[in-house]
Design a protein around this ligand. Structure first.
Ligand code: CP
Length: 329
């Protein structure tokens, strides 16, 4: 499948009409395998724009994007904003602490207020699972989930798939070991959906107290034995221990967590020799990952960050670019 050109080429190199079925991107489940490949291919085209002297194309000129980040973020917020600017969208940023939410306004009323100003896209991060679905029901604007509570983070899963494909060529049949705080991870939920759709063999590993409930429904393997999970893995993906979502003792101590589930250079030797190490960030060094692994030759963690810009450009372009105007809600 060839990717559409965001750069406004000549008639001769005009792309075939390609689009996503859904008006919004709320969940990785909104995407079938063909759409995922379209997004990854489009992101490859977007990556080239980032290498130009002037890193800007007119694909979203005249479109207004509101970035509504009501929970902290560094990578996602920044990469969405860079992506929007590279596509020439008009952007504005709203942080929870600087909005009328602090005066008691509800999220729904805030959404209706923003809607009255006719934005084209809302990019939303919120602490509550389902916040993006709520906004999508209220607003005419297209909504992109930039991470909602423990529910999903679909653009993170897309950039992870993009990074894996760049290193491995294809995702089908790869063993992907995902290790860490499975219970609280929205990244995990989106990655399972996306990686399974692309045919990966997904292994989950963490303490029994932090397992994903009902993981057997998703066609993945689950184990508390880290050596089994990591053995012959093509990809070792660590998940952050989300202390801020923990109210109670999920494991005896950080030291013991690291001893049992932390990825060290010694543990990594069980994976395939060409295995890559991933982490969505932010990292807890010395908890889920040893510093020498995070900074080592197998780590692609900063590549993931860089790829986030291209993937978010692709998502915005395919949702709100000119060709997407005919997509039905
Ligand atoms: N991976 C990720 O979502 O990071 P941020 O919280 O910094 O956006």
């Amino acid at each position: 499948m060839s990717a559409p050109s965001p750069a406004g080429g000549t008639e001769r190199d005009a792309p075939p009409l390609s689009r996503l079925r859904s008006k919004h991107l709320l969940s990785a489940a909104d995407l079938n395998a063909e759409e995922i490949v379209l997004l990854l291919d489009t992101a490859e085209a977007m990556q080239e724009i980032g290498t130009r002297r002037i890193k800007k194309v007119p694909a979203l000129r005249g479109k207004t994007v509101v970035n509504l980040f009501l929970e902290p973020s560094t990578r996602t917020r920044t990469s969405f904003e860079i992506a929007e600017k590279r596509l020439s969208a008009d952007t504005l940023n709203i942080a929870g602490s600087a909005s009328s939410l602090v005066k008691g306004e509800t999220l729904a009323d805030m959404a209706r207020t923003l809607e009255a100003m006719a934005p084209d896209l809302l990019v939303v991060r919120h602490a509550y699972s389902g916040a993006c679905d709520l906004l999508a029901r209220i607003c005419d604007a297209r909504v992109v989930n930039a991470g909602d509570g423990m529910h999903e983070h679909p653009t993170q899963a897309l950039l992870d798939a993009f990074t894996i494909r760049a290193h491995k060529g294809s995702i089908a049949g790869l063993k992907v070991a995902i290790v860490g705080d499975l219970l609280h991870s929205r990244v995990l939920r989106s990655n399972i959906l996306l990686l399974r759709a692309l045919g990966a063999d997904v292994w989950l590993c963490g303490p029994s107290t932090l397992m994903l409930p009902g993981s057997d429904r998703f066609g993945v393997h689950a184990t508390t034995a880290i050596d089994e999970a990591v053995a012959d893995a093509d990809v070792v993906m660590l998940l952050r221990v989300q202390f801020e979502r923990m109210h109670g003792g999920f494991f005896p101590s950080v030291r013991e967590y690291f001893e049992m589930f932390g990825i060290t250079a010694e543990r990594l030797r069980r994976a395939r020799p060409d295995a890559i190490v991933m982490h969505p960030g932010p990292m807890n060094r010395g908890v889920e990952i040893a510093s020498d692994v995070a900074d080592g030759p197998d780590s692609v963690i900063l590549e993931q960050v860089a790829n986030g810009v291209a993937i978010r450009m692709a998502v915005l372009y395919l949702l709100a670019g000119v060709e997407a105007d005919e997509v039905e809600p």
